[in-house]
Structures are given as C-alpha cells and as structure tokens.
Design a protein around this ligand. Structure first.
Ligand code: PLP
Length: 413
C-alpha cells in the first residue's frame, strides 16, 4: 500500500490510475458543461476537439526549445505567428513568437518596452496602464524593475485619455490599452492612447489577449469595432491568445511587434557555458510543442470562415443573453461591452449583487465576480447557447430569491 504523502513506493496500473483520475475530476467543474464563464472556452464542436486531441497526441513529447533540432515545430510556430500577424494587420517588417499564454506575451512585450526606454536613458521605466488592465502588467513591473502608473477610467469604464495625458512623462516606456478588458469586456480608446504614446516616444501595447481572436471576426460580421490593431499608427505590440477565443487548449498565445528588431530584444542569447549558444524567445526554456501544434491545427482547420461562423454563434448567444438581461429590471450591464465578455450589477440597493451570485452558485453556475462596481461577470462561449434558457431562468429566480453571500474577499476567477 502506498503512503499517500510519500513518493509512490510501488507502481499503479493504468486502469486503476485512470479510474482514480476520473474520480478526482469530479472535484473540478466540468469543462464541457458550459456552467463556467471564464478559464475555459467550450465550443461544443466535437470535430474540432477530436482534431486537437489527435494533434496533441502527436506532439506530446516534442520540445520546441531547439528550432535547429525540431525545424518542423519551428515552422508551425512561424506559421501561427505569420497568420496572426496577417489577421491583425502587422504587415511588412514585424516579428513575434508564440508563448505559453497572455501573461508571458505581456511579460515579453514589457521587457522589450523596458529595453527601448533604457536606450533612451530611462532608469526605471514606467508602464502606463488603465486600472482595468490585467495583473500581468503589475507582474511584469515586479519582475523587470519597472513601475506601473494607473490610468483612471472614464464614466464608460474606458481608460481616460485626458488623465493619461496628464500622467505620461519621460519615464513612460509603454502605454497599455485593452481590446477589450477582462473586467468589463469594454474597448479602451486605442487610437487615442497610441497617438499619445507616439507623441511621447513611448510604445503602445494593445492587450488583445481576449479580443485578438474575436474582434477580427466580429468586424467581418459588420459589428462596429473601433480601430485597435496594427492599422492604428503608434501601436507597437499586440498580445493575442489562441488559448482563449482561438479555442485551443491552454499554453498558446502570440506576441507581435510591429518591428522585427524589437522582437530581437525579446530573444535571450547566451554562450558563456560549456554547451555553446543557447537561445530562447520567452520565459520558458524547454517548451511543449503540443500547444504550438494545436494552435496551428485550429487556425488551419477553421480558417477565417470557420472563425466567422463561430463568431456569428457567439454574437447570437451574446445578444440573446443581453436581451434577457435587459428584460430583468433589477439587473444592468456595466458600460457598453463590445462582445461576449461583460459584467452586470443590480440597479437598486435593496438587492445585493453578491446575494444574486450566491443563489447562482447554489444552482451550480460559476459566474465570476467584479468589485468595482460590485457585480457578476461572464465570458460567453459558443457552448453557452445550449444552456442559455436555463441560465436566464436561474438568474430570474436568483433575483427573486437571493442567497446569503459568504462575505469573503472577491477572488479573480
Ligand atoms: C485581457 C487579458 N489579458 C491578459 C490575460 C492573461 O492571460 P493568461 O491567463 O493566459 O496568462 C487575461 C486572462 O484572462 C486577460 O483577460
């Protein structure tokens, strides 16, 4: 018998192990169940999932660290970067790489922006980022000895450009704009922030970790998407996550630089050790090839047409949810979210939103929370179409009979 806290003394046959894992899976939410509204992005497309599982299996043990040893994997990565560049209009001389996720893409961009600022003689470069920007910018500042200066939001929950103009200065390395933000699903005024950055010789990073694989397709469907990608002068870097609305398993994001030389600053090279030249474009050394290959396969399998079809379904489920929510007078959406990510709150003091959240929890829904304003938050995926009626019915019931919130701190979910 193995001591459960010690290193397993004896082996366990696969059947027993898999049975145990199946039991353990019950402790976590069902990733296909469409009751989560973030963290996972279920499409309900079995063909796509089967393909991704098959691709994953083929590349399970490959290592993307060494492009000379594994030129095939390097070529897949270079395709994903080129296709994403094309999608986001990074024409000509741009460069970039795949990373493990949005955070790493942001880290690599902040590092490059720091290096650019240091060349200008800035000692402690600053990241000028909206209050609603993802914590990855604070993490970058923490890792790279930078400082975050927060841009307050305007009444529409967008970065306040006038306030940014007051805050920008010689130490500003980069201005951040979200397209769109996690807490509210709202677009920052990218063109204005990029112009401001350019006037001050700073970079402008557009965080399209969520929007990168949604906005181009919404635009093709005729949605009025304000300019946000490399067509906007002054935008220097963009992060876009394939593992969010690109619908591939975790571990796949793309960071792009308008200028290939800047990508060069992202790459770490070292040869002062006994094993010769070592190079790597991101935080990781050894890198799993499976996320690269699955991203490649999803983009190639779906193509623009496939993503537009998915975006159409996403738009449909989003509009249906918005219509249902607008019909509940006790609830209101926060600001004007552009797509499938949004927050909502209660319209009067008599109905605490955390009580509505608690009642939804009790009904088995995993709605996320926001603190400013206190609200509930969701990221819709195509698979939510199948549960929308139940979701809305439970939301109505939860408004009518709110639960008791635990009063604990709000955690990012
Ligand atoms: C807008 C935005 N940027 C960056 C990130 C970080 O991405 P990841 O969790 O893949 O590191 C997220 C994650 O939700 C996000 O919503």
């Amino acid at each position: 018998m193995n001591d459960p806290t010690g290193f397993p003394a004896h082996g366990t046959p696969p059947g027993a192990l898999l049975a145990e894992l199946d039991e353990r899976l019950a402790a976590d939410p069902d990733v296909h169940g469409a009751r989560l509204f973030g963290l996972v992005y279920p499409t309900g497309l079995d063909d796509l999932e089967d393909l991704l599982a098959a691709v994953n299996r083929r590349y399970l043990f490959h290592n993307a660290l060494n492009p000379f040893k594994f030129p095939g994997i390097a070529a897949l990565e270079s395709d994903v970067v080129a296709w994403t560049s094309d999608l986001l209009h990074c024409t000509g001389d741009g460069g970039g790489s795949m990373t493990s996720g949005g955070t790493e893409s942001i880290l690599m961009s902040m590092l490059v922006n720091r290096e650019r600022a240091r060349v200008r003689g800035v000692d402690r470069p600053q990241i000028l980022a909206p209050v609603s920007a993802h914590p990855a910018y604070a993490k970058a500042a923490h890792y790279f000895d930078m400082e975050v200066v927060r841009i307050p939001l305007d009444a529409a929950y967008r970065a306040d450009v006038a306030a940014a103009a007051e805050l920008i200065g010689p130490a500003t390395a980069v201005v951040v704009a979200s397209a769109f933000s996690y807490p509210y699903g709202i677009m920052d005024p990218v063109a204005d922030l990029a112009a401001l950055a350019a006037t001050h010789g700073a970079g402008c990073h557009v965080d399209a970790c969520i929007g990168g694989f949604v906005l181009p397709f919404l635009e093709r469907l005729g949605v009025d998407v304000p300019p946000w990608d490399f067509r906007v002068p002054g935008v220097t870097e963009i992060s876009a996550d394939v593992h969010k609305y690109g619908f591939v398993p975790k571990g796949a994001s793309v960071v792009l630089h308008r200028d290939a030389d800047w990508f060069g600053h992202q790459v770490f090279l070292y040869d002062d050790w006994p094993s010769g030249m070592y190079g790597s474009p991101g935080v990781a050394g050894a890198r799993s090839a499976a996320p690269i290959a699955t991203a490649w396969a999803a983009l190639r399998h779906l193509g623009i047409d496939g993503y537009v079809d998915i975006a159409r379904d996403l738009l449909d489920v989003t509009r249906r949810f918005r219509t249902a929510l607008d019909a509940i007078p006790e609830l209101a959406v926060v600001g004007a979210p552009i797509g499938p990510v949004m927050a909502f709150t209660t319209t009067g003091p008599d109905l605490p939103v955390d009580g509505v959240g608690a009642a939804m929890d009790a009904r088995g829904w995993h709605l996320n929370r926001i603190v400013d304003p206190p609200g509930l938050h969701l990221m819709l995926s195509p698979a939510h179409a199948g549960v929308l009626d139940a979701l809305v019915a439970d939301l109505r019931a939860s408004v009518a009979a709110p639960g008791e919130a635990d009063g604990g701190p709000v955690r990012y979910s």
